[in-house]
Design a protein around this ligand. Sequence first.
Ligand code: SF4
Length: 398
Amino acid sequence: MSFFSEFNRLAFGALVQRSLTASTQAARASMDKTSLSLEDFAHLISPAGAELLEPLSRRSQRMTQQRFGKVIRLFAPLYLSNECINSCQYCGFSRDNLILRVTLTPEEVRHEARALLKQGFRNILLVSGEHPKFVSTDYMARCVALLHEEAPSISLEVGPMEADQYRPIVRAGADGLVVYQETYDRAIYADMHTAGPKRNFEWRMETPERAYAAGFRRIGIGALYGLGDWRLEAISLAAHAAYLLRNCWKAQLTISLPRLRPCAGQFQPLTHLSDRELVQLVCAFRLMFPDVGLVLSTRESPKLRNGLVPLGITLMSAGSHTEPGGYTGAGKDKLHHTERGRIVELDASEWATADKRPAGATSQFQIADERPPHEVADVIRQLGYEPVWKDWDAALTA
Ligand code: SF4
């Protein structure tokens, strides 16, 4: 049975209600368990659980140190393309936005990757909008093969594919796939995704299973906070993670906790997850899934990221750019608009800067932590943790 079938049978509304009405006693009892159910998870993220944030944080910290040591793994996103055929209301790359677009050539991607390798990164996440005309399976496999010669760990965050389409990319050297459901609330999902293949909720939900079948050995999932009710998203995500741990057990699983950031299109979040609730969520996920990696990106402020280092996070991005060419300026001479899949040249007024070139491609969203990677690594050390740039090598599984 796929997760989609399980998802359809679970009573998420009742679990949210249980969370909203849980007593402090129930939250404390769930916190003290060694093996947690979805009901326990609902108690931990409850308003009553918020009152136990201190002991919850201490337990999460202890558990994380026992399972992962005092280590934070660092990675960087590398954007291949900001072309997209989907219309996602909350994303700067949405096809409805008149933005500066570009797709890097594999050589340009290697140039970008080398800039990241120079900064110390060995763990690179290739990110792209979904547009088969510009970002084909062959293109992705070529990029991965080229980078795999120099970067030991390559993951992808790209449009969902069939398992057979993933296989050549895995053979080329990619080991991880990241796909967020965005929102597990079906009605909001339909409102947010108004055109393009991403409208298919079920197809997206089953992507981690297809990725596992194709041979990816790291799988990342997440929900985007700011769309649906955050407790519903978190409980659904916990159910999804529990399913994957049972059924895709050879893979390492990670959970990301992204909150919406400003982007082209000026989308305003529909719901709010506060900093304190985010901390509660990190701790609850840690207690529920002691061995799962928890990811925090540069969407969050330096202060909050520093504070979360000891509390349960195991993976962080640093120094990120969310546009293609962001690390080296690659692709700047090819910027254009795209209308109905056709490239439209920029007019003279858009070549705005002193060298008569636009500043660069449009980013997917604004980041909140602009510190360079070495500065993030220094802070991690000052907090008593070790920043790790590489912890995986394909040779380990050969
Ligand atoms: S969220 Fe992904 S699929 Fe949607 S518009 Fe942005 S890049 Fe495209």
